[in-house]
Design a protein around this ligand. Structure first.
Ligand SMILES: Nc1ncnc2c1ncn2[C@@H]1O[C@H](COP(=O)(O)OS(=O)(=O)O)[C@@H](OP(=O)(O)O)[C@H]1O
Length: 371
């Protein structure tokens, strides 16, 4: 009797030990995790997407300063520039606090593909569309390494990159690379295998878009025609004005072709990126050797914005358009000014079509589309 009592008590105790085991192990794991974190090894754990982006954006401040500084009227504060970059990425929606399901493990690598241009071509739209792809990891803000921060060194640049797993592509976009004289040599010395994507847009519309951006920051800016013409009577175009110079695509491309063969480039039509985003994304994914994951089911046309928007951008489950500084109305420019500018660009455009083997159709465009 006494013995069976003991046995029952022992069995009961045994069962209790069993049920406590999982709790015991969980506590040990939690303890190890805490110890691990206190020693600073938690960096590779997923952090909120917003967190990662804002960290980067505090490091990279000057977005469009170079072009506008030349006009001597760029006085936006660093803080407002940070805010603008953030709003480009997030629109007016509050930043999502979703935990990124994309990996935050793996290694930081140099980008295998870079969107090198052109300013106001639609580069932000392209990068945000690409970021939905599970095999693409990209820096949100523009690093400006190959034009402004090259002296910081390649390790600094690599550290800006997100971590990638085997098979994932690292990307960044900085549209000013396309017009930077030293950029081709510098990119080449990082890797001759870098794939180069250039989003091109009708240079006349691009110039007006560029001017619109500067005007939004400096309302006292001279008129477009004042800046575009060296001599209004003769109609001589001022090619030293960056808004004009950037659009001479053939000239900038020549500089890149001294280092990279044509097969390394993909030219994306900025116009088609708006009218047929899925079609243009198909070409981009093929060029990058990616599965065609981003398709028309990812886009919807937002009537209010007048542009395609994403149904589910990276790190969010809500539909989102690009920010207010993307797709904004342009000021009315006199049609004769636009016509003159169109004449100016025609030979350069034709040369560019020959070089790329692709007619972008800008010279068939009606002038009223340019404003
Ligand atoms: N989906 C979508 N939504 C909004 N805007 C779009 C889109 N696709 C292309 N675009 C066009 O992108 C133009 C801005 O180009 P970038 O992003 O290259 O500008 S920047 O150089 O980074 O400042 C921007 O120029 P503007 O229209 O002059 O604002 C747009 O026309």
């Amino acid at each position: 009797m006494g013995c069976s009592k003991w046995r029952a008590a022992f069995n009961f105790g045994h069962l209790k030990v069993h049920s406590k085991l999982p709790v015991f192990f969980t506590m040990i794991i939690l303890f190890i995790y805490l110890f691990y974190c206190l020693n600073g090894y938690c960096e590779s754990l997923p952090r909120p997407v917003y967190d990662q982006r804002s960290n980067l954006q505090t490091k990279i401040i000057f977005k469009d300063g170079q072009e506008t500084e030349q006009l001597g009227a760029y006085n936006a504060s660093p803080v407002s520039l940070v805010r603008e970059q953030l709003s480009d990425l997030t629109n007016s929606d509050p930043p999502s606090n979703n935990i990124s399901i994309a990996n935050n493990f793996g290694n930081k690598k140099f980008p295998q593909a870079i969107i090198i241009g052109v300013k106001k071509g639609g580069t932000r739209a392209l990068l945000e569309f690409l970021r939905i792809h599970p095999d693409v990891r990209a820096v949100g803000a523009e690093p400006h390494f190959f034009d402004r921060f090259y002296e910081k060194g390649l390790e600094w640049y690599r550290n800006l990159m997100p971590r990638t797993l085997e098979g994932q592509i690292t990307m960044e976009k900085t549209p000013s690379y396309f017009i930077t004289k030293e950029a081709p040599r510098r990119v080449f010395s990082m890797s001759r295998h870098t794939r180069l994507i250039v989003v091109v847009r009708d240079p006349v519309t691009r110039a007006v878009s560029d001017y619109t951006q500067t005007l939004s920051k400096s309302p006292g800016l001279p008129s477009f025609q004042n800046l575009a013409f060296r001599n209004a009577t003769t109609g001589l175009i001022d090619t030293s004005w960056s808004a004009v110079r950037i659009g001479i695509y053939a000239k900038h491309l020549e500089n890149w072709l001294r280092y990279f063969p044509m097969s390394r480039f993909l030219f994306v039509s900025g116009e088609r990126l708006v009218t047929d985003p899925a079609g243009e994304m198909g070409r981009v994914q093929d060029f990058l050797g990616l599965k065609r994951v981003v398709t028309d089911k990812h886009f919807y046309f937002n009537q209010t914005k007048g542009f395609p928007c994403l149904k589910k951008p990276e790190g969010s489950s809500r539909p989102r358009c690009l920010g207010k500084s993307k797709g904004r109305p342009h000021p009315q420019i006199p049609s004769e000014v636009l016509l003159r500018l169109r004449d100016f660009y025609r030979p350069f455009n034709l040369k560019f079509y020959q070089m790329t083997g692709h007619d972008f159709g800008w010279d068939q465009m009606a002038t009223h589309q340019s404003s």
